[in-house]
Structure formats: C-alpha cells, structure tokens
Design a protein around this ligand. Sequence first.
Ligand code: KIV
Length: 272
Amino acid sequence: MSIHNSDIKRVTTHVLQEMKLRNEKISMLTGYDFSMAKIIDSAGIDIILVGDSASNVMAGHETTLPITLDQMIYHASSVIRAVERALVVVDLPFGAYQGNSKEALTSAIRIMKESGAHAVKLEGGSEILESINRILSAGIPVMGHLGLTPQSIYKFGTYVVRAKEEEEAEKLIADAKLLEEAGCFALVLEKIPAKLATRVAKEIKIPVIGIGAGNGVDGQVLVVHDMLGITHEFSPRFLRRYHNLYEEMKGAFENYIRDVKSQDFPNEKEQY
Ligand code: KIV
C-alpha cells in the first residue's frame, strides 16, 4: 500500500493548500542532486527543498552563507531533472535578495528560468517584505521562513531555539500574518517552541511546515543527510534518524578497499 496520496500526480501550491484544508500532513525533505532526488520523489514526498543547507552538507561550509546563486541553480537543475511528482522549492541564497528588491527579483527569475524550479524560499519577515512582494508580482510562488533563519546566524550568535521570549514570539506571529497577506503559499518555521508554532498554524490559512517546531503544524521538513544519518555528528533534539548511513557507507567502503588490496575484486565473473 502506498503511504503517500497516490491520487496526487503532481504537487502544486494549490494541492498543498487543499492538504491543509483536509488536515493531510505535508512531507518535505531537502534534496540537492539528481540521484537522491529521484529516490525521494519516487517515495512520494510532497515537497523537495533545494536548501542552502547544501552549503553545509554538500560543500562542507560551517554556515549557509557562502553558497552562491550559481551553485543553487546547479543543485536545483539537477533535482528538477529527477522529479516527476514533488513541488521543488529553491532557497534564495544569502546576498541574493536582502536589502535590494530588484536584485531579489533578478535572482528569483534566474532560479526559475535556469533550473526550472517551481517556487523560491526566502528567510525573514517585515525586513524583506519589499523583495517578497516584487517576486510575487512576477508570478513566482514564494515560501517564507521564520524562527531560526540560518542566514542570520551571525546576528543570532547561536543555533538555539528562537522566539522563547514574548517580544520575539509576537514579532514572529506578526511576520507570519504579513507573509500570508503578501501572498506566500507556505511558511517554514524553524526551531521555535511547539506551542507557538501550533498557534501560528491555527491563525494563518497557508500551510506551515515545521523543523524543530513540534507536531501541531501542517507538515514537517528535515535535511535529508541528517535523517539518513550521513551527518552523524549533528544531533539536535528535533532530529529523528531513519538510518545510520555514515556507518553503513563507511563499512561498504572498507569492504571495497579490503577486496581491492587482497585482489578479491574483480573476480573472474567481474571481468571481460
Ligand atoms: O536550507 C535548508 O535545508 C532549510 C531547511 C532547514 C528548512 O532551509
């Protein structure tokens, strides 16, 4: 039996809105390359996020800040070539939209045109509203992202839970409403108290996807390398690991090295 809704042949922003209305939870994972995206899509995921977390898990940077627009487009086009069912959302990278709505639109258009993606995601609320409005006016669907926004890590100073204090929580609620009114089709809430996330999901009509935001929201997202246990040293409380691929892959590589050294590989059947 299929675990996803096989009546949905292609996930669109409209489909996601209907899922929220009928209380069907939305599944989202990150994806950065063709082969992984093919597996994720065939499993029936609703949304693949080409996240700027590629900067960490694909390129080995400490933060998401160094990844460039060209690199995001490269990852996004690889994912798009693999996907048949999921909605593909691409992060606008740091420096491609903050403080300049014209540049924001140019960046979003480049992503849509050069990768074939279906939507973009931007981090922030009122501070980037002008950029969001400009992108939306070009007919490009926008997903918002509030709470812990990793592109602002040097402002926050740490990756701890956000919006625990009332003032920050009130600003987050106001920003969520602002993004909804502007016309964003969905919102990611990262690492905030579950109670606050539940309240936001109840008070706005667009789907709210959580990461470290509890189960009172409309869907969940995880970084694929984290949930597969490839990034075995990263263990935040919100992360559920579905595999320990770090150990499994390491074991496979060790076996291969052993076979090569001992000349067990290739054997007679594995040669011409
Ligand atoms: O870049 C990313 O992977 C993200 C998710 C954590 C939501 O923005």
